[in-house]
Design a protein around this ligand. Sequence first.
Ligand code: PEP
Ligand code: MG
Length: 758
Amino acid sequence: MLQLLHQIVQEVNAAKDLKAALLTIVKRVRQALHTQACSVFLLDKAQTKYFLMATDGLNQKAVGRIGIAVGEGLIGWVGEREEPINIEDAPTHKRYLYSPLAGEEKFRGFLGVPIIHQRQNLGVLVVQHEQAHLFDKEEEAFLVTISVQLAGVLAHAKATGELGDIPRKRRSRSNKSITLKGLGSAPGVGAGTAVIVYPKSDLDAVPHRKIADVKAEQVKFEEALTLARDEIRQLGERAASLLPKEEQALFEAYLQILDSNSFHKEVCAQIKKGVWAQKALSEVITKHIAVFSAMDDPYFKERSLDIKDLGRRVLMHLQRASFKELKYPENTILVGDEITASDLVEVPEGHLSAIVSGSGSSNSHVAILARALGIPTVMGVEGLSPPLFEDRETIVDGYHGHVYISPNVNLKRELMRLIDEERELQAGLEELQNLPAQTTDGHQVSLLVNTGLAADAGLSLSVGAEGVGLYRTEVPFMTRDRFPAEEEQRVVYQQLLRAFSPRPVTMRTLDVGGDKVLPYFKVTEANPFLGWRGIRLTLDHPEVFLVQVRAMLRASQGLDNLRIMLPMISAVEEVDEALELIKRAHDELVEDQLAITFPPVGVMIEVPAAVYQIRAIVERVDFVSVGSNDLTQYLLAVDRNNSRVARLYDALHPSVLHALSSIVEETHKVNKTVSICGEMASDPVAVILLLAMGFDALSMSSVSLPRVKWVVRKFSMSHAKQLLDEVLKMNHAKQIRQRLEGVLAQAGLGGLIRAGKN
Ligand code: PEP
Ligand code: MG
């Protein structure tokens, strides 16, 4: 059964459009369950009807013409109950609704299962038997499993607009307005032209593209092939000293495939048809993978992986060759299944107006970087199909998570008006630059910036930042192809310390792992967020940690505004060990006659274990800073990067708020300072609560700082405290957010939580 399921899923995924996918399902399911009919009914919410969309067994003429009202018949009943309904003799059932057009009179046994995606009912999948027949439990489970897979395909079709056409006549796709929905991850509205970023070396993600110059394309393919050959040869040489003889044969086999005439011919034949080399290659490789995967012999089955690996290698070289050709227009909207921080950095300064990513969530590091740069961003767009964007005008609403492709005239006018209002709001905020972050009753809080790009120092200072609350040092590590040397690091750190001097700069020691991967230090783990991350990794590699700390200390010489912060602390031993290493680095420099002041050292509180040991931790260090992004993730057990569970991720969850209150209370008891540097510090509704809790400093992206200052200056501490008392008694994050949004709107700050000015 499992193998059959895999095969059906593979065939469905390979189908060229939704219609073909549905037809494959009904045909294959009918065969698999030995029934006489299998059909898919899809729910059209606007018409409140289930339409027959594909069938194998019922009258084909009924497709697109039979509409069963919600709540009617057995189909309506399955949708209502949201569970399988298995009836031995359907015509005798009181909910049975006879449809002459479908030619249903001959069917008796009925099994219907709902098609549900992320709690939404999309339709019903039905199998019918000519005889009275009760389907057994295994058949029922099989149909449910197929339906779950089908739900994913349908959600994708819905997101791309393909499903919207059903059952009305299909219109041309090219100029149709499409609205996609994702997670609003960086505020603002941006308009422009899409530049599509395809995942490197993903054979399934290569788009169709026509070429005019066949010869040039063949040359590109030849070159990529030569590079892949060289690479495999080198790997083979290295393997000679590491692997037994039989395993080394693999590399020989790889070379033979690459050199084989048929492989070469097949790709070139595709290119001759005007298909670009990347797609020609992916098509040929995919075909071969399918042949090998379908073989019963496990040895040959496994070979499909080798073919895939080979294909990806050649593709990587082809992509490198065309990579330089990527052009970024002035209003670039980056679109891709998975946009990474380095994709974002590639865009020339001032050219990026929005980001749309199929995966990830508001808490992914790329979203954080986007917020820092003030780029409207929508993450986790369900069923994103990047080719859909090619050559089409796109508008991105980063507040609500909406992406509009070819918006109609009225919608466009409205969105452009919002963009203008945004500009006005921003201009108004600039007036706050030199005013203190002080409540109406005189309570002051420090507003600091988070940074990872030395280049935004100017912007941070221009918005009135009092220092850097978090410098994510991994950025200079991520943009190189090896660990940066001590001197290279010193130069980067010193630039930042100088730019902010005499204001304090809190530098976090290297925090890689989780979703921050160094291209030259790949770690493969089943649970990267619970794995070798942050301080765990650097304590295991003191040579990396010591070089970094020495670079920081040397950079601070004569400036004395450095503070060092340790990420991902989950046990006091880690604090002790790190402190010892920092002392050692400092002692060594002092021995070298360098007059360097020992900096304040702090700890990030971002793991629940640290919350419960806050006293022991804070007594060892000079300050603490809450990393609310990770603390929320770990307290709620919600992967901050996973769009499927993004709706469960909320820093206003009562558990998070109680944890934050207790961190502030405990830290103040021993007269140490506590700041917060997670994204929560720039959420206008959360700011009111953080103020009331007594955080000494809030650290955020420079773009957010004026907005946060506006909130601070609008409220009194007593009002904020009264609101905190009120919401700490609430049990639901949603209820808390609604209450606070109401308060902001009342105070005239509605423009901070939605597009526009008010
Ligand atoms: C955090 O976890 O809140 C934090 C500031 O660190 P990062 O987002 O870099 O993990
Ligand atoms: Mg963190």
